[in-house]
Design a protein around this ligand. Structure first.
Ligand SMILES: Cc1cc2nc3c(=O)[nH]c(=O)nc-3n(C[C@H](O)[C@H](O)[C@H](O)COP(=O)(O)O)c2cc1C
Length: 185
C-alpha cells in the first residue's frame, strides 16, 4: 500500500487551507490504492530554520527537527495544499520543507493550490523548490479559484469539475509514488 501525506501549507487563523486539505483527504479515502493522512503544520511547532548544518547532512541537533523528520520519512508521496502568498507559496511551508532533505527525496508530489488566480504561481514555485530535493512532481494538479470555488473568498464550495481534477492528480501521484519505490529501498 502506498502512503500519501497531505500537507496543509497554511497556519493562518481562519485559513482556507484546512477545508481544502480535508476535501482532498475525503476524496483520497475513497480509493483503494493508497492511504492518505493529513499533515498539519500547526501541529509541528517548527521555528525559523535553526539547524546549524544543512539538511542534506542528515544531522539534526533539535528534537523538533527529529520529530518532523520521523513524521515525513514514512510517506511514499505528498499532496502539497498551498495558498498563494505574494505570488509564491507560504513562508511556513517553505521553511518546513527546508528543514529536511533525504525524507523528501525519491518520492512523488502533487499540488493543490488556491488563490485569486488558482494559486498556480505558488504551485510552480514549489515545483522548482522540490526539484532540488529530488522530488518527482506530477503534471496533473488542482487550481482552486477564490472567485469560483469559494463563496466570499472563505466558504469552500469547489466547482463540480474539480473532483475529476483531484482524481487525475491522485492517479498520477500514486503511480509515480509506487514506481519510485525501488530508489527508496
Ligand atoms: C500575505 C498574503 C499574501 C497574498 N498574496 C496573494 C497573491 O499574491 N495572489 C493571490 O492570488 N492571492 C494572494 N493572497 C490571498 C490568499 O491566496 C488567500 O487569502 C488564501 O485564502 C490564503 O490561504 P489561507 O487562507 O489557507 O491562509 C494573499 C494572502 C495573504 C494573507
Amino acid at each position: 500500500m502506498i502512503d500519501i501525506g497531505i500537507v496543509i501549507g497554511s497556519t493562518r487563523p481562519g485559513r482556507n487551507g484546512e477545508n481544502v486539505a480535508r476535501w482532498v483527504h475525503d476524496l483520497g479515502a475513497k480509493r483503494d490504492d493508497a492511504r492518505f493522512e493529513l499533515i498539519d503544520l500547526q501541529e509541528h511547532a517548527l521555528p525559523h530554520l535553526d539547524e546549524p548544518l544543512a539538511a542534506a547532512s542528515g544531522s539534526y541537533d533539535h528534537p523538533h527537527t527529529r520529530e518532523w523528520s520521523e513524521r515525513i520519512a514514512r510517506f511514499d508521496g505528498f499532496v502539497f495544499v498551498t495558498p498563494e502568498y505574494n505570488r509564491s507559496t507560504s513562508g511556513v511551508l517553505k521553511n518546513a520543507i527546508d528543514f529536511l532533505y533525504a525524507e523528501w527525496a525519491d518520492k512523488a508530489a502533487a499540488f493543490v493550490s488556491y488563490g485569486v488566480d488558482g494559486g498556480v504561481r505558488a504551485a510552480e514555485h514549489l515545483r522548482q523548490v522540490l526539484g532540488q530535493l529530488r522530488v518527482a512532481t506530477v503534471q496533473a494538479g488542482v487550481a482552486l479559484s477564490l472567485h469560483n470555488d469559494f463563496e466570499n473568498f472563505a466558504d469552500f464550495r469547489p466547482a463540480a469539475h474539480q473532483e475529476d481534477r483531484v482524481t487525475a492528480m491522485l492517479d498520477q501521484l500514486v503511480s509515480w509514488s509506487r514506481a519510485l519505490r525501488p530508489l527508496r529501498v
